[in-house]
Design a protein around this ligand. Structure first.
Ligand SMILES: NC(=O)C1=CN([C@@H]2O[C@H](COP(=O)(O)OP(=O)(O)OC[C@H]3O[C@@H](n4cnc5c(N)ncnc54)[C@H](OP(=O)(O)O)[C@@H]3O)[C@@H](O)[C@H]2O)C=CC1
Ligand SMILES: CCCCCCCCCCCCCCCC(=O)[C@@H](N)CO
Length: 359
């Protein structure tokens, strides 16, 4: 072998080994592309999880429908003690004035105002729009609207007058649509705002005795989800609250005619005080959380029924992913016990009917 041949084969080997490097740019492009795709996917997953900036209640204008009693009144107090200006909306003027005096005790500065507006939130949209306009003229644009006006009926399906089904939808559902409709345009223009809908645990689970009430509370969730998707780019955050039984005049009234089954089933998540409930609801609305639940059963119910509802924090999303199967397992036991409550009550009723006949 001549030295020339040896040299050329060394050059060929050298080129052969090192020519792999020519592929390097392509490999790098592939790796970078993969990273970009992964990053974009991650951004997509993370983007709905980014928490909004909390609302400053100090100096904010908060409108509370149903603010003259129960949970609504406690929400007004909670906002007032954080420096907000309040508009209380309800029908009964005397009750409104009494509530105003109670709320005013919690002032933290002498500029704060409580305004009372008497209107039926469920009957005529134009009226609702007018009173909201008046309130905005006096206390400035609405920063937070709390839709808390509502009522309930608890009885067996065939014992509820058919008119009541319509009333429930009118007050609990339309009575939340109208005030929301009246504030949303200004909120959009200002690119800020909070809207709370007060649903109920009976708006997450259908229960014995709530055939008229539950659907009106489920409806709020559909409204809230749709609206949230529309207004999120305008920095407006929607909250749906799902309180358990709460010690208010409404619960006292409801208890007068409530079927035993409903009482026994609702006891599962206990009876809460309205000020405890209000604190949790206000905190969630201020933070812009979509879901607001009260107590351990409320927490489980919300994780279990999250469906396609928006998430407002990474921990919330992770908790839902991890706990859903476990909570469904627990829920099956609850459902079993509710069925047995209903069956036992039925047997008891039939026995006492038979005894009555014998007498
Ligand atoms: N208490 C409970 O156990 C639970 C209650 N909830 C929900 O919380 C909300 C408040 O309940 P709660 O505080 O117990 O009830 P209350 O009966 O104590 O308060 C209801 C408020 O709504 C007002 N209201 C009623 N009807 C109208 C109307 N047509 N137009 C304007 N205002 C009206 C009332 O004033 P006025 O009558 O003068 O108009 C009152 O201020 C309701 O939506 C209820 O469904 C949810 C879960 C549990
Ligand atoms: C893992 C699964 C956990 C399941 C827990 C189930 C608990 C069910 C309790 C439902 C209580 C409903 C209260 C309705 C209150 C209300 O809206 C009325 N009082 C209004 O007047």
């Amino acid at each position: 072998m001549s030295s020339e041949e040896g040299l050329s084969s060394t050059i060929t080997d050298w080129f052969f080994i090192n020519s792999w490097w020519l592929l390097l740019p392509f490999v790098m492009i592939l790796v970078i592309a993969a990273f970009i795709v992964a990053f974009v996917l991650l951004l997509y997953m993370i983007s709905p999880l980014i928490s909004p900036k909390p609302l400053k209640l100090n100096g904010a204008h908060v409108v509370v429908t149903g603010g003259s009693s129960g949970i609504g009144k406690c929400i007004a107090v909670e906002c007032y003690r954080q420096g907000a200006f309040i508009t209380l909306v309800a029908r009964d003027e005397e009750k409104l004035l009494r509530a105003k005096k109670e709320v005013e005790k919690f002032a933290i500065n002498d500029k704060q105002v409580v305004l009372c507006v008497s209107v039926d939130v469920s009957s005529d949209y134009t009226q609702v729009e007018n009173v909201i306009k008046q309130a905005q003229e006096k206390l400035g644009p609405v920063d937070m609207l709390v839709n808390c006006a509502g009522t309930s009926v608890s009885a067996k399906f065939e014992e509820i007058e058919v008119e009541r089904f319509k009333e429930m939808m009118e007050l609990n559902y339309l009575g939340s649509v109208y005030p929301t409709r009246a504030v949303i345009t200004t909120m959009r223009e200002r690119r800020m705002g909070r809207i709370m809908f007060v649903s109920s645990q009976a708006g997450q689970i259908g229960l014995f005795g709530y055939t008229a009430y539950s659907p009106s509370k489920f409806a709020l969730r559909g409204l809230a989800e749709s609206l949230q998707m529309e207004v999120k780019p305008y920095n407006i955050y929607v909250t749906v609250a799902f309180p358990p039984d709460t010690d208010t005049p409404l619960l006292a009234e409801e208890n007068k005619s409530k079927p035993l089954e409903t009482k026994l089933i609702s006891e599962t998540s206990g009876i809460w005080q309205p000020d405890q409930v209000a604190k949790i609801l206000v905190k969630d609305a201020v933070q812009g959380n979509f879901n607001s639940s009260v107590g351990p059963d409320g927490y489980m119910l919300s994780a279990l029924t999250c469906g396609m509802s928006p998430v407002t924090s990474i921990t919330e999303g992770l908790q839902q992913i991890v706990t859903m199967g476990l909570f469904r397992t627990i829920a099956l036991f609850y459902l079993g016990s509710f069925d047995s409550i209903v069956r036992r009550c039925m047997i008891q009723r039939e026995q006492s009917k038979a005894a009555d006949k014998r007498e």
